[in-house]
Design a protein around this ligand. Structure first.
Ligand SMILES: [Fe+2]
Ligand SMILES: [Fe+2]
Length: 260
């Protein structure tokens, strides 16, 4: 390398190469890959091309397990491990505030747990249709009243029920505009839910939800450890390793950049 090239500032592409090299090192020489969904989130319809990536990183293998950039979960991870080490902390705060409101209002443990887990998909997986994803994640481990309520709050939150103390949220007018109308499938879900025996559990999620966004609120997961212990059937093999209908979802959350 000549003296001129040694002193000139690094080009952007070179800096990117260096960063990538550094990341690779931190990954113990393994190549982490991103799924289509990560790219769709940036408006790109693409996914990592295995052969091309390996050609750019000769001699390297793909990551097939834990991503060292993330906190390592125990071999038998519990719900608390995922809450503490995978879920977005701001969303976790919202869930804790919501559950705290339900606790203070004197609701039963199923309602409190439903409030604690109602946005588990937003906090830990995906926003779109979060009620459905969240319910699917927890279904094998909680009473059907809890997972049903989590699923259906997706629809109920768009429809007021003044008799239960729930108005259409001002925040939604602000977020989605005054003319926003939910999709027909959401309206159909709402109509079915109104007739259901667990309607009020799902409605109470909404009641304890919209006010639970105080950035200064001090809340702790410690207050809910016992309620989780009594109402969430933690598998002895660990979440992800127990062969239920949602084990693969927990594994994906544990190892989001695994090649296959
Ligand atoms: Fe929600
Ligand atoms: Fe919420």
């Amino acid at each position: 390398m000549g003296p001129q090239t040694a002193t000139r500032p690094m080009r952007l592409s070179e800096r990117a190469d260096e960063l990538e090299h550094q990341m690779m090192h931190e990954l113990n020489e393994k190549i982490a890959t991103k799924s289509l969904l990560f790219y769709l989130g940036d408006g790109k319809r693409t996914t990592d091309n295995g052969a091309a990536l390996q050609a750019q990183n000769p001699g390297k293998y793909f990551l097939m397990g834990h991503d060292p950039r993330l906190p390592k979960l125990p071999d038998k991870p519990t719900l608390l491990d995922f809450l503490k080490h995978r879920f977005a902390s701001t969303s976790l705060n919202h869930l804790l505030q919501s559950a705290t409101l339900a606790l203070k209002a004197g609701h039963g443990e199923k309602v409190v747990l439903a409030c604690l887990l109602h946005d588990i998909a937003v906090a830990g997986f995906i926003r779109c249709d979060h009620g459905y994803w969240g319910a699917q994640l927890i279904e094998p481990y909680v009473d059907e009243e809890v997972s049903w309520a989590v699923r259906v709050h997706q629809a109920l939150r768009f429809f007021p029920d003044e008799s239960a103390g729930y108005k259409y949220p001002d925040a939604y007018r602000k977020y989605f505009g005054p003319d926003y109308r939910p999709e027909p499938y959401i309206e159909e879900e709402y109509k079915r839910a109104r007739q259901h025996k667990y309607y009020m559990t799902a409605r109470l999620i909404c009641v304890n939800d919209v006010y639970a966004f105080d950035p200064n609120a001090v809340v702790s997961i410690d207050n809910f450890v016992d309620i989780i212990g009594r109402n969430f059937r933690q598998p002895k093999e660990g979440l992800g390793f127990d062969s239920t209908s949602s084990s693969h979802m927990w594994r994906t959350l544990n190892w989001p950049t695994r090649f296959l």
